[in-house]
Design a protein around this ligand. Structure first.
Ligand SMILES: [Zn+2]
Length: 277
């Protein structure tokens, strides 16, 4: 969406929280007007490692995170919750790569602290594929704030994340850490969300203990394809919204859309929820 507004490809979207705040505000407003009850801060890649790789912005992690949270807070006011968005570091964890658990905890703690200081209502850790990185993000957040935590992982059509994590293992490992919500986001198309919800609900019931985390379904708008050098996703707003009653039936309580979606997709989802719940 930001690239459509002129953000150069390859440039860190988080920089616009300070340099083009009105563009970020306009997007927040578009999602609020579409009926979003939770909006995410423009900080998906706003951790020190990723910002450093995007043009040496690591030093500005806290400043960019706080600014992002304040922008979203000011637009949402009391009409929606603001989720402080934290995506993966983009670095492989030990033993596959150089990132130690302790270092990862510190990186996520720094980002979560800035988001909390900027006034978010919760922290949303998303698009995770490595269980250890997800754990590090949760631990880092819990070191600096007691805000509620949502955690969603990205699953492929084989029913696992890229790093081989199943929905059952994710629930068994992460839910006991004290999550408010758990589920799937992004991933390979929209159909992957169905086995994810079925497995996660069953694993939650088995794990016992209350309260159980709420279930999240935040799929991409279908699958991407290239058209004239542009990435297009193959599900329109109504096609995506048509899946919503099934997600609700399977126990999803937090429903949204990820890559390839637009405010029109969210508006269609909001209508579908109003029609089925
Ligand atoms: Zn996505």
């Amino acid at each position: 969406m930001l690239q459509g507004m002129g953000l150069p490809a390859g440039s860190a979207p988080e920089l616009w929280n300070l340099e083009k705040p009105d563009a970020v505000r306009t997007l927040h407003r578009a999602y609020l007007d579409a009926g979003s009850l939770v909006i995410l801060t423009n900080t998906f890649g706003g951790n020190r490692l990723k910002l450093e790789r995007a043009g040496g912005l690591g030093e500005r992690t806290e400043e960019l995170g706080r600014a992002a949270a304040m922008l979203a807070r000011e637009e949402a006011r009391e009409r929606a919750y603001v989720a402080g968005d934290m995506g993966p570091t983009g670095e492989l964890m030990v033993p596959l790569g150089p990132l130690s658990h302790k270092e990862a905890v510190g990186i996520f703690a720094q980002q979560a602290r800035a988001l909390a200081e900027g006034g978010v209502d919760l922290i949303w850790i998303e698009t995770m594929t490595d269980l250890d990185e997800a754990r590090a993000a949760i631990e880092g957040t819990q070191q600096v704030t007691d805000l509620p935590i949502f955690c969603s992982l990205s699953f492929g059509r084989g029913g696992r994340t890229m790093m081989g994590v199943t929905p059952t293992l994710a629930v068994k490992t992460l839910s006991p850490m004290g999550l408010t919500a758990i589920g799937g986001n992004c991933g390979e198309g929209v159909e992957v969300m169905i086995p994810v919800l079925i497995e996660m609900r069953a694993a939650s019931a088995q794990a016992g203990g209350l309260p159980r985390p709420a279930l999240i379904a935040k799929p991409n708008a279908g699958l991407p394809y290239l058209e004239n050098g542009e990435t297009i996703y193959d599900l329109g707003p109504e096609d995506l919204a048509a899946r919503v009653p099934h997600f609700v039936e399977l126990g999803a309580q937090i429903i949204g859309a990820c890559c390839g979606s637009s405010p029109e997709h969210v508006a269609a989802i909001a209508r579908a929820i109003a029609g089925c719940c």
